[in-house]
Design a protein. Sequence first.
Length: 267
Amino acid sequence: MDESFLSDANIIEASRDFVCIRTATYEDAEEAEFLEKIYTGRSGDLENTVFALLTPDADEFLSRSGRGPQFAYRSPGQMADAMRTISLAYPGNDSEVTILPQMKNFRLALNVASCDALPLVAAVSDDPDQLATMSAALSSIAFSDALAGRFHFVATNTGDVAGIHGYKSNPGIYVIMPGTYGTDGEILAKVEADASLEEFSSSLTQLAASASMPDKSHNQHVRTGMTNGHNWETEIPVTDQMSLRAMQGRSQNQSQRGQRDQRRPGG
């Protein structure tokens, strides 16, 4: 989507002066309504990806909006330069980030982690106070140099994690390796709910250096997923015409292959 813009080292460094939001698009009806005000394509419907730089109150555009950064900038370097200029106009303050950068829910977090080939760190408890304490601890270290960009995060209850292989139905901080299609996963490590901040940080830092997921070939990934019946159901209907045409084409190809497989040799 971003043609390597968002993985560029200069943009990563410049982004430290911004509040970066990963949109859920078709996974949140209220958010989708806001995104439609930022960008829609020729169809007038919300597209699969949306990009813009906005003022702190989100009322004004600081860049051209579009499907991705390449709609507004010719190169990652040009975008990084623009971000540095913008940050000088909106210097912010030195207050620490106190909110955990987490996904909307466990189901979505697991899927996005799989898409991004990153482990998922889940604070798990049915006790709201205990969950808040663990989330606060994670938020204090999530943006450290050793951990920034190395995990996805979510705070959830025990029922949501019940299907994950290796889960023992008790509270704590779990590091999960998501499955290939983001619908299952396996526990890599656990830190007890009452562990110290130093234990949280040490454990995650070690895993950040060692945990890795295999690379995926997009075309092969899609073909295998369709063959095995993997299908993601979004919260609201997909309206992106490119995505809809692609899904229709894949479905037709799958149907045609199925028909060919049913024919007898020489028939």
